[in-house]
Design a protein around this ligand. Structure first.
Ligand code: DGY
Length: 324
């Protein structure tokens, strides 16, 4: 019998990560890449020492309470961990880690991609060309909104928001404002060309682009509801690379349809992979399939960080990325 800890890997991972895992652990890989579902997750918790899990695994209190449980650790592949009931994990003595830092730049790139795509109507333009409808250049065709000189409002000013601010200010000459209950130092904010606002409402009312960078918690669920969407300027755009349930998707559909806001760029959705059908029919939205961290380099780095967390845990060393 192997002395290596058994790790259930809930989804397919980049090949170098699976190789590394298989070297140091009794790794049970998910070769068909199908989500395990509640029963599969319970089975994994009963039969393995740890799970290397992802955002598609709903580790609820019910799933975590399966008995007799063998697993002692959840190494999450990703920075966000709102799919894990961390209180239930804590109550049951399960350690949880995540993979911060390594996906900051890739996710900031996707926020800027959405900002440019929605303001310059590039999704719509590409559909236009591919459909054969394009009849040629003309001065009034498909005019978008300029980005340079506009105000970017950041909701939350953590690692990813700061990387977005750096790109927006130094790359595009945008004015950056933000609200965060735990703001960066004035010097750090100034280096990003960013100035704080005392309230979220102030950010919403001043910004031409509002980009969401807060974690998904019970407090931030539907933070962008009908009332807050109505505080945004009518020519403003909403960008979401955080988590879907920070936005009330039904209220967003209404706001986009009745012109409360000009458009939205979304990488995350309330009930992924379900996307409100109304959004799919709208030209003033850009819809991406949760691509924030989706570069080869980043996904390998996330995997290696999760493997490192597993190694630290099973060697008895303190976990660098412990969230519970
Ligand atoms: C993250 O790391 O939180 C990304 O959204 C992928 O889950």
């Amino acid at each position: 019998m192997s002395a290596q800890p058994t790790v259930v890997v809930t989804r397919r991972l980049p090949e170098p990560v699976e190789r590394e895992l298989s070297r140091d652990f009794e790794a049970r890989l998910n070769t068909n890449d199908m989500p395990l579902g509640p029963e599969g997750l319970k089975d994994a918790l009963r039969s393995a020492d740890a799970l290397l899990c992802t955002v598609t695994d709903r580790l609820t209190a019910d799933v975590l309470s399966t008995e007799p449980r063998r697993a002692r650790m959840l190494a999450n592949f990703g920075v966000g961990f709102n799919h894990i009931d961390t209180q239930a994990a804590k109550d049951r003595g399960l350690a949880v880690s995540n993979t911060p830092d390594v996906l900051t730049e890739a996710t900031a790139d996707i926020a800027i991609t959405l900002l440019l795509m929605v303001s310059r109507r590039t999704g719509e333009g590409e559909r236009h060309v591919r459909s054969g409808a394009w009849t040629g250049w003309r001065p009034t065709h498909m005019l978008g909104s300029q980005v340079s000189g506009k105000v970017l409002g950041l909701v939350g000013m953590g690692r990813i928001a700061r990387a977005v601010a750096r790109r927006a200010h130094h790359g595009f000459g945008m004015k950056v404002i933000f609200h965060d209950p735990y703001p960066p130092s004035p010097a750090d904010a100034a280096a990003l060309g960013a100035t704080p606002r005392a309230s979220l409402d102030q950010v919403l009312s001043e910004a031409d682009f509002v980009s969401l960078h807060c974690p998904a918690t019970p407090e931030t669920r539907h933070l962008m509801n009908r009332e807050r969407l109505a505080m945004m300027r009518r020519n403003a755009y909403l960008i979401n690379t955080a988590r879907g349930d920070v936005v009330d998707e039904a209220a967003l559909v209404e706001a986009l349809a009745d012109g409360t806001i000009a458009g939205a760029g979304l990488d995350v959705f309330e009930k992924e992979p379900h996307v409100s059908p109304e959004l799919i029919g709208m030209e003033n939205v850009v819809l991406l399939p949760h691509l924030g961290s989706a570069t080869t380099e980043t996904r390998i780095a996330m995997g290696m960080r999760a493997v490192e967390n597993l190694r630290l845990f099973f060697s008895g060393a303190p976990l660098r990325d412990r969230v519970v």
